[in-house]
Design a protein around this ligand. Structure first.
Ligand code: HEM
Ligand SMILES: *[C@@H]1O[C@H](CO)[C@@H](O)[C@H](O)[C@H]1NC(C)=O
Ligand SMILES: *[C@@H]1O[C@H](CO)[C@@H](O)[C@H](O)[C@H]1NC(C)=O
Ligand SMILES: *[C@@H]1O[C@H](CO)[C@@H](O)[C@H](O)[C@H]1NC(C)=O
Ligand SMILES: *[C@@H]1O[C@H](CO)[C@@H](O)[C@H](O)[C@H]1NC(C)=O
Ligand SMILES: *[C@@H]1O[C@H](CO)[C@@H](O)[C@H](O)[C@H]1NC(C)=O
Length: 278
């Protein structure tokens, strides 16, 4: 009997040690520093919270990685949020985060609403928003988004090929309907980066394969699909992974310019400012 008790005790001890270790490893994979259930749970924006044309930043605000009111953004606030929420290295977002200061006269902070200023980053032929000249260039529009939603039929993921096709179709639609379309290499670059963003954060930053339901929840609800099984990418998103995906997507989009030189708006009160084209 004492012998049997000892065996039981050993087995029980072994079980607890095993259970503890496994949980510990799981906890590390999940990153215990991120409190998804409380500080970083999804909360829809309230009437006084600012949101804008970027589903990536809106989602970070809805999960409390950015200030939930969408205000007081700086380069480091945005870079920290992207790292925590998406495992995206800071150099990937620095350029856009700096350029956004052109959208406001406030030299210290910008808001998620400021960045809608057409001609800084905001552009035509978006994936989920109208062209500035045609309608609401800030809020999600299901009709616009249907091109992406319905792409890559027959499988349950989006990839580099489908992302390129969607960009091609969205551009063709804008070329047909928007006489004041602006579509130079600058817009091609931002649009390709944005497509690489959704494939990377909702899928695999190396292969560019992303489950359709994750991507759709991200755009439609500006929510991280945690309940549906989403985890932050296991590979950190850095300039190498982004450049590879971005160039392949641009290639797959068969892009042609609509004419004109790249330009950038220098401030909210400034007229369109021509910058010497390449
Ligand atoms: C943190 C990672 C980011 C992700 C995952 C992300 C994702 C995206 C995506 C998918 C779009 C395309 C929306 C569409 O075409 O309908 C977009 C657009 C945009 N993003 Fe982001 N973004 C990120 C970071 C940033 C940063 C750092 C800024 C600037 C501070 C920014 C500003 C914008 C703007 C202004 C647009 C509107 C462009 C347009 O469609 O006209 N984004 N973003
Ligand atoms: C947030 O930004 C506003 C200006 O947009 C400023 O007045 C306010 O003091 C800032 N709040 C904090 C906590 O820095
Ligand atoms: C969404 O886009 C469609 C197609 O251009 C348009 O008819 C509709 O009014 C837009 N919806 C909203 C809410 O802006
Ligand atoms: C993307 O998926 C489609 C459908 O399965 C496939 O035909 C295409 O080759 C894929 N593209 C890439 C780059 O794997
Ligand atoms: C791009 O061009 C190639 C070769 O003409 C074609 O096979 C492909 O379907 C085109 N892709 C798009 C998105 O138009
Ligand atoms: C980016 O990530 C890839 C994949 O993990 C890695 O091979 C590469 O060395 C990284 N590049 C930089 C600049 O950190």
């Amino acid at each position: 009997m004492p012998h049997r008790s000892l065996v039981k005790l050993l087995l029980a001890t072994a079980f607890f040690v095993y259970a503890f270790c496994i949980n510990h490893v799981r906890a590390q994979e999940m990153d215990p520093r991120i409190d998804w259930d409380d500080a970083h749970q999804w909360i829809a924006p309230g009437p006084n919270d600012f949101r804008g044309p970027c589903p990536g930043l809106n989602t970070l605000a809805n999960h409390g990685f950015l200030p939930r009111d969408g205000k007081n953004l700086t380069v480091s606030v945005v870079a920290d949020a992207a790292l925590k929420g998406y495992r995206m290295q800071q150099e990937v977002v620095t350029l856009a985060a700096k350029l956004s200061f052109l959208t406001t006269n406030d030299p210290v902070y910008y808001t998620l609403d400021d960045i809608k200023l057409y001609g800084v980053i905001e552009h035509d032929a978006s994936l989920s928003r109208h062209d500035f000249a045609l309608g609401d260039n800030v809020h999600f529009n299901e009709t616009i988004f249907s091109t992406l939603a319905n792409s890559n039929p027959g499988v349950d993921y989006y990839n580099i090929t489908s992302a390129g096709q969607v960009m091609h179709q969205r551009l063709a639609d804008s070329e047909l309907n928007n006489p004041s379309i602006i579509n130079t290499e600058k817009e091609l670059h931002f649009r390709s980066v944005e497509s690489a963003f959704y494939l990377s954060i909702m899928g695999d930053p190396l292969t560019g394969i992303a489950p359709k339901n994750f991507v759709q929840i991200f755009f439609r609800e500006e929510r991280l699909p945690l309940a549906e099984g989403w985890k932050r990418p296991s590979t950190p998103i850095n300039l190498t992974t982004m450049d590879l995906l971005t160039s392949q997507i641009a290639e797959a989009s068969n892009w042609t310019s609509s004419g004109g030189c790249p330009w950038i708006r220098l401030g909210p009160d400034q007229p369109v400012s021509i910058v010497q084209g390449t």
